[in-house]
Design a protein around this ligand. Structure first.
Ligand code: SAH
Length: 357
């Protein structure tokens, strides 16, 4: 049992199974997540006997860092090897007012979005909660050590790496709770963002699991075009998706959904499409993130020019929607949005059925 993936309730259960009182979970949890200790013997307040018993039954184990790439803009990408030989990627993006960690939720992805490098890798499997939290642990404690232990490093976590988080809610749920936990990484729910291509029924479930910030990969203002870019749209068309978005923020009037929109030259970037997008989002509390398309080998798409992106943004702004163009970060080390590939063993491109229940 890898304790890194147990949320507090899960760790309390585990302690009960070992006939230990619940407060043991309160002791062990911060040792792992806040102090970065993986060795039970070093957890000084739990006693030697318990440390030994834990050592027989459990472990705190992390993915292995294979390589670390540093981009000129300060973005870091880690390639992490998992126990089964698959590799995933995690990206750290420092900014003036925040440090964002972009984490993966699956090995590869089954959704096959036309413009995404991860799709080309196919799908292998879901990550476990321990592997998801392991990415946060590695980034936080590796960087904290380099800063001579001067305080917390990661201020924001986004599920925008490899995979579709809402097709792995069973593991993403506990991972989020650990990231939010005051004895864990202590981030507020506004600082944790789950990005989805639009798995509609699981948008409601995410709200029940943990109502964190939601980003939706929209990329087109109409169903015909969106289905060619995001095949999942066939199953959950735009109207249903926006309905789920409205429900997500309904009980929280200050909140908005972030809509992501990759700018693809000649595909989805015309002024008419900007106006259609503005009409579409009139009835949803929305902000829009325009993402200049990041190319990767073999893609048939091109990035819209800066002037086209500016014109598109200005139309949205004029219609009253908060719109930002996401600055491209980590491009030089293939760490930008949609460029994460990892190493996916036994690729099963497109043959994996998407089960949504
Ligand atoms: N599966 C989730 C999480 C991935 S998040 C989702 O679809 O939302 C990664 C974001 O980058 C998504 O908005 C995705 O659509 C976008 N993206 C994918 N490929 C891209 C590319 N080549 N250039 C720019 N953005 C891309």
């Amino acid at each position: 049992m890898n304790l890194l993936g147990l949320d507090r309730a899960g760790l309390v259960d585990f302690m009960r199974q070992m006939s230990e009182p619940a407060f043991r979970a309160q002791q062990i949890f911060p040792w792992m997540h806040q102090r970065g200790v993986t060795n039970f013997a070093a957890m000084t307040n739990i006693g030697k006997a318990l440390a030994e018993r834990l050592g027989e039954r459990a472990r705190v184990s992390l993915p292995e860092i294979v390589t670390e790439h540093l981009s000129m803009d300060g973005t870091r990408k880690w390639v992490l090897r998992l126990e089964d030989g698959n590799a995933i990627e995690t990206v750290f993006i420092p900014e003036v007012d925040r440090n964002t960690l972009c984490i993966s939720s699956q090995v590869g992805c089954a959704l096959d979005c036309a413009f995404c490098a991860t799709a080309q890798e196919g799908f292998n499997r879901n990550l476990t909660a321990a592997e998801i939290v392991g990415q946060v642990w590695l980034a936080e404690h590796t960087l904290r050590q380099r800063q001579d232990g001067a305080g917390r490093v990661i201020t924001n976590v986004v599920f925008m790496g490899m995979g579709e988080p809402l097709l792995n809610l069973k593991e993403v749920g506990p991972a989020i709770r650990i990231i939010l936990d005051d004895l864990g990484y202590g981030l507020s729910r506004r600082r944790v963002t789950v990005s989805t291509a639009g798995v509609v029924p699981h948008i409601d479930r995410l709200h029940e699991e943990a109502p964190v910030s939601l980003a939706v990969s929209l990329h087109a203002p109409d169903d015909a075009l969106r289905t060619t870019l995001v095949p999942l749209n066939k199953k959950y068309p735009i109207a249903e998706l926006l309905e789920a978005c409205r429900r997500y923020v309904a009980r929280d009037p200050r909140r908005r959904i972030t809509f992501e929109y990759a700018m693809l030259a000649g595909v989805n970037d015309s002024p008419d499409q900007a106006r259609a997008l503005a009409r579409l989002l009139r009835t949803v509390p929305a902000k829009i993130n325009l993402i200049p398309f990041n190319p990767f080998p073999g893609t048939r798409f091109e990035r819209s020019t800066d002037s086209v992106i500016d014109a598109f943004r200005d139309i949205l702004l004029a219609s009253g929607i908060v719109t930002m163009t996401r600055r491209t970060r980590g491009d030089s080390i293939r760490a930008a949005c949609g460029q994460l590939a990892g190493v996916v063993k036994e690729r099963t491109r497109r043959v994996v059925p998407i089960h949504v229940s």
